[in-house]
Design a protein around this ligand. Structure first.
Ligand code: MD3
Ligand code: FE
Length: 219
């Protein structure tokens, strides 16, 4: 289903939001929503990474994740042999996570509002980096205290195939292509849907990567 949510009236996101696809109850893909901001967002990502480098967490089972991750915001998502959780400090440096750039907060709030979620106040931003061999297997995001708040995700760099399932692990999955500048908002009944990243698209440039920003109200 494709709706033109933004064809009329006075939404402040209208100018860079040509199209919104409803992919499930309360879940929206805002195609190209962040297009005009991509260079600025990438510069802010690079500044965060300079303070808190990308790293491959271990899963609780001891496997190295193929996606490299870091965080900014009051709390960051951490995984190790002890489990998944949010923490105020980077375990590598013992310092607080870098603060969330103002551009990130503004974009996340504007996207949430465009999808009908008022007062989104993210305190965590997970930065994921995918090289060509990276995958994120089907999972739910349920380490957050505030499951009533949506999650906002922003794609940059190489396109990827996103897997979108149902509320049960065995439900059939749909494949959705996410391109740079696409923003997805997941809330309401879709907040606990299973999802993952099947693959990023190949490129002639071996250095090319995909970044994803995931904004959450974690505590
Ligand atoms: C659907 N990241 O970090 S973002 C994750 O592209 C994660 O890096 C993927 O899944 C990525 O946990 C997908 C899209 C996303 C994020 C949270 C969701 C989709 C979601 C929560 C509920 C349903
Ligand atoms: Fe997830």
């Amino acid at each position: 289903m494709t709706l033109d949510l933004f064809g009329s009236a006075h939404d402040d996101a209208r100018d860079d939001t040509p199209q919104a696809d409803a992919i499930g109850p309360g879940a929206w893909v805002l195609r190209g929503f962040a297009q005009s901001e991509l260079p600025d967002l990438q510069a802010d990502i690079d500044a965060v990474i300079a303070q808190a480098p990308l790293r491959h967490w271990l899963t609780p089972g001891g496997k190295r994740m193929s996606v490299a991750m870091t965080n900014c915001g009051e709390v960051g998502w951490i995984s190790d042999r002890q489990g998944y959780r949010y923490g105020t400090h980077d375990p590598l440096s013992q310092r607080p996570w870098p603060s969330m750039p103002a551009s990130f907060v503004a974009l996340a709030r504007r996207a949430a509002k465009a999808a009908g979620y008022r007062d989104f106040a993210p305190d965590a931003c997970l930065i994921n980096r995918y090289t060509r061999d990276a995958r994120l297997t089907l999972h739910q995001d349920r380490d957050e205290r505030e499951l009533g708040a949506p999650i906002v995700s922003v794609s940059l760099g190489l396109p990827a195939t996103f897997l979108w399932g149902g509320l049960q692990r065995g439900d059939r999955t749909h494949r959705i292509r996410l391109a740079p500048g696409d923003v997805v908002v997941w809330g309401g009944p879709s907040r606990l849907a299973y999802h993952g990243i099947a693959s990023v698209e190949g490129s002639f440039d071996a250095q090319a990567v995909r970044y994803n920003l995931t904004f959450r109200q974690a505590r």
